[in-house]
Ligand binder design. Sequence first.
Ligand code: DQA
Length: 141
Amino acid sequence: MNILVLNGPNLNMLGIREPEIYGDRNYAALVQFVQDAAQELGCQVDIRQSNHEGVLVDWIQEAYGRFDGIVINPAAYTHTSVAILDALKAVALPAVEVHLSDVDSREPFRHISYAGMACKKTFKGLGFQGYKEALKFLLEL
Ligand code: DQA
C-alpha cells in the first residue's frame, strides 16, 4: 500500500513553535517517525509539507491513481480550507486526518474541520503516534 502523508503550514516549525503544545521534536523527527512506522507496518509512504494551500491541493489531485490513501494534517487550513475539502472529495481516496494536539480542547475556531468532512477518521492529541494510528487504520480498511 502506497500512502501519501501531507502536512500543512507551520509544521516545518515543529520543535520551535509552541513546544508546550506541539512538543520539542522537530519536523525531521516527524518524517523519521512516519518512515519507521511505515516500515514496521509494511507500507510505503511519501511524506511532504507545504505552507501553501494550492500546493496541498495540487498534491491531493496528483495522488489520484498514484496512491492508495492519504494521511493529512492540514494544520491551520483544517479550519478554513474548502479547497482542500473539495480536493479530497474529488479524488475520493480513503483519507485520515491527524492533529498533533487535541484541537477540541483548544480555541473554538479549531473545533471545525473542513478537511475532516472528507476523512474516514480523525486522530487528535496523540502527537506523532497519531500518524502511525492513521497508517494502521488505512491498512486495516
Ligand atoms: C494542528 C492543529 C491546528 O489547529 C493548528 O493550526 C496546526 C497544527 C495540530 O497538528 O495539532 O498548525 O493541525
